[in-house]
Design a binder for this molecule. Structure first.
Ligand SMILES: Nc1ncnc2c1ncn2[C@@H]1O[C@H](COP(=O)(O)OP(=O)(O)O)[C@@H](O)[C@H]1O
Ligand SMILES: [Mg+2]
Length: 368
């Protein structure tokens, strides 16, 4: 099922929660909606599921007006963060529920339902647990049941709203890999909501990064990581230095740091913020240099250096792999030569969501 979402807006009272969502999802794709809490992910999912209406906009599935269909005939599988299993029903009956409530005319025969439940118990790898009650399962097992229940109706579209959000890190990781494999096997169009960057990156074919009711960027995990479209996206991905820089004739200069290897950028002369990741900077001992190591901390495989540049009271963060750090043998207080190998500059006041119709102008993002 290919989905086309056009111009969806939604307000609750005076608060605009969705501010014009346009998105195309290809048949069989696994899309992650990634965004901070409150960015509108659940609201969008509820609209797709038929649990809520948008104020404006359209959704079509394979060209069909999706919003005109009643919820029951949409055939959407939905899994929420908080397991909504029926506590008084055994696992088997929970999974069969969606089929058992179908009108008699379309409901499969009982034997067929039983066979389908067996098949699903196998598929989600809880074969032996069919006769248990939800209270007798772990959190991860309950979410497998919830997924089996969502799959029972052969959904055209699978909507998963932070399905692993309440589970601990190890179980989340296992379930995420498992879901990815399951998706490869079933090939169902799936929209997965999460606020966890790692989860979205590991799981999805494409990521839709949302911020305050807008789509900030759509792309593969690599595209988003390597070419963040805006300061918002760069900041959301986290751990990025924003360094005051000066552009002259397309060349970027930072006081106290070497920037010779940065490519030229097509922005006008003047002050800019240079976004640089801690891994994009090299340090070398240089007694004459004006930059200083303020502190060093270790996180196991990498060492993190807080470095002060002249003319700036804000320290920048530099990360070196442990091996590199050992060889360079830098200490707190040392003067260092700072080489910025890579970075990106965003032209001011160009917000991609403000130009829905035309492609982004070339100067909106100058990736270096
Ligand atoms: N039924 C509702 N009534 C009023 N405000 C709501 C309702 N549902 C969501 N909101 C508000 O809309 C915003 C987006 O919510 P939501 O879609 O749940 O975001 P997310 O899933 O990304 O955390 C939040 O500020 C939330 O408080
Ligand atoms: Mg939510």
């Amino acid at each position: 099922m290919a989905i086309s979402i056009q111009g969806i807006t939604k307000s609750f009272g005076a608060t605009q929660v969705l501010r014009g969502i346009n998105l195309e999802v290809a048949d069989g794709e696994l899309i992650a909606l990634l965004g901070a809490s409150g960015s509108g992910k659940t609201t969008l999912l509820r609209i797709l599921a038929g649990l809520d209406w948008p104020d404006a906009g359209n959704v079509t599935l394979d060209g069909q007006d999706w919003l005109a269909l009643e919820t029951q005939v949409r055939h959407v599988g939905f899994v929420f963060q908080h397991y909504a299993l029926f506590q008084h029903m055994r696992v088997r009956d929970n999974i069969a529920f969606g089929l058992n409530v179908w009108p008699r005319a379309t409901r499969p025969a009982q034997a067929e339902i039983t066979a389908r439940v067996e098949e699903l118990l196998n598929l989600v790898q809880i074969k032996a647990l069919g006769d248990r009650f939800p209270a007798q399962l772990s959190g991860g097992q309950r979410q497998r049941v919830a997924l089996a229940r969502a799959l029972a109706i052969h959904p055209k579209l699978l909507l998963l709203d932070e399905p692993f959000g309440a589970l601990d890190a190890k179980v989340r990781k296992d379930l995420r890999r498992w879901l990815r494999e399951l998706h490869e096997q079933l090939g169902m169009t799936t929209i997965f909501v999460t606020h966890d960057q790692e989860e979205a990156f590991e799981l999805a074919d494409r990521i839709v990064l949302m911020g305050e009711g807008r789509i900030e960027q759509v792309g593969t995990p690599d595209e988003i990581y390597e070419h963040p479209a805006s300061p918002f996206v760069a900041r959301f991905l986290g751990g990025v230095n924003e360094i005051a820089a000066e552009v002259t004739n397309g060349h970027i200069r930072v006081a106290g740091a070497e920037t010779e290897t940065l490519a030229r950028i097509a922005v006008g002369d003047g002050a800019v913020d240079l976004f640089v990741r801690p891994q994009e900077i090299d340090l070398e001992a240089a007694p004459q240099a004006l930059a200083r190591i303020r502190s060093i901390t270790s996180s196991g495989p990498v060492l993190r250096y807080d470095v002060t540049l002249p003319e700036s009271d804000k320290a920048i963060e530099v990360e070196l792999p442990r091996e590199v750090a050992r060889r360079s043998n830098l200490r707190q207080g040392d003067a260092v030569h700072v080489r910025i190998r890579q970075g990106r500059v965003f032209a001011p006041a160009l917000h991609p969501a403000n130009q829905p119709a035309s492609p982004q102008p070339a100067q909106a993002r100058a990736g270096i």
